[in-house]
Ligand binder design. Structure first.
Ligand SMILES: [Zn+2]
Length: 343
């Protein structure tokens, strides 16, 4: 493989007068590298192919089990798919590759939840209480940076790192640039200078980095779900989603009930507030009305106000209040009328 040459200028190589094939991409120690400017440009597609093959195998093995329980899906994701996506990430990490892999990650969970592919990313991560792949990968980069900085000067790997760092110091964008950018983002929350960070021992450093990255994501996640201007689809979600965690209702054995609750929570339904959003032309929010009550038909209206469901609602709320089976799952003040209701 030749880097940075055009086809018509490629020299020919021979061994024992036999020509050596020049290829444009190559699998090197498990990572797909290309002869383009970004040597990892074809890597995401190669990783995704492996992930899809694993998904097909999961589907084949589990097809007689019916719809996978979300907790099982999370376990399979962590044990079978994450290792594929993480492999070599401390070296190839880049934002565009991560975006492609995260799209696959969310597709996997949306399918498990049986909600629309347009369901907000924040709600998908929030329902499962899982952190996006990028959080893991950034941790891998920072841990690798720590390891490289602490390598003995005699190590050839250290020589390469030092060269990259010199290029970075001269203004070139290298792996070191990306690693330092990530470090700068967590430097403040960690309350550690670079020198103190390097002096930490492996186990402690890993714990601090992991905790900082998770806290940072969780904090941003809360800010975003409560920003209704930025995420109007989450207008109801942020009323009852108060903790970033795997939701207990996902353990319900009845898949239809599980899916129905999920769709309602993440606005993957057919109430006017959503159908109006997807209509062409788009219907203004004030005109997305319930055909019976002539007020905006959103989740709260459907759940606690709509006259169409008043008889059903009365019976179900009484049953829910009396039920012991789901007492742990409390809805936090959907409205003042339901402040003490339990499901
Ligand atoms: Zn109504």
């Amino acid at each position: 493989m030749l880097f940075g040459t055009k086809d018509n200028k490629q020299p020919a190589f021979h061994i024992n007068n036999e020509p050596i094939e020049i290829c444009s991409s190559y699998m090197y120690v498990g990572n797909h590298v290309s002869d383009t400017g970004n040597i990892f440009s074809a890597l995401p597609e190669a990783i995704l192919q492996k992930c899809y093959r694993s998904c097909y195998k999961i589907r084949d093995y589990c097809e007689n089990l019916g719809q996978l329980l979300p907790s099982v899906a999370v376990h399979l994701y962590n044990t079978l798919l994450v290792p594929i996506m993480e492999y070599g990430s401390e070296v190839w990490y880049n934002r565009s590759a991560v975006l492609k892999l995260e799209r696959f990650e969310r597709k996997f969970f949306r399918r498990n939840l049986h909600v629309r592919q347009q369901t907000p990313n924040l709600a998908v991560y929030g329902e499962y209480g899982i952190y996006p792949l990028e959080v893991r990968l950034q941790g891998n980069v920072i841990k690798f940076l720590h390891r490289l900085e602490n390598m003995p000067p005699s190590s050839p790997v250290k020589w390469v790192y030092d060269d990259l760092r010199s290029l970075h110091n001269c203004g070139f964008r290298t792996w070191v640039t990306k690693a330092f950018e990530i470090f700068r983002e967590i430097e403040g929350p960690m309350s550690l200078s670079f020198e103190k960070f390097l002096a930490l021992h492996g186990g402690k450093m890993k714990n601090i980095v992991k905790k900082t990255l998770l806290d940072k994501y969780r904090s941003n996640w809360f800010d975003n779900i409560t920003n209704v201007d930025l995420n109007p689809k989450l207008r109801s979600y942020n009323e009852f989603k108060t903790e970033f965690c795997f939701e207990p209702y996902l353990n319900l054995a009845n898949p239809k009930l599980r899916t129905a609750i999920a769709r309602f929570r993440v606005s993957s339904h057919h109430l006017a507030i959503e159908t109006g959003r997807h209509a062409k032309p788009k219907v203004p929010v004030k005109d997305r009305l319930c055909d019976t009550c002539l007020t905006i038909e959103d989740e709260l209206h459907h759940l606690i106000e709509c006259k169409k469901y008043s008889s059903l609602r009365g019976a179900l709320f009484t049953e829910a209040a009396l039920s012991n089976s789901l007492n742990s799952y409390k809805v936090k003040s959907l409205s003042s009328n339901l402040a003490s209701a339990t499901f």
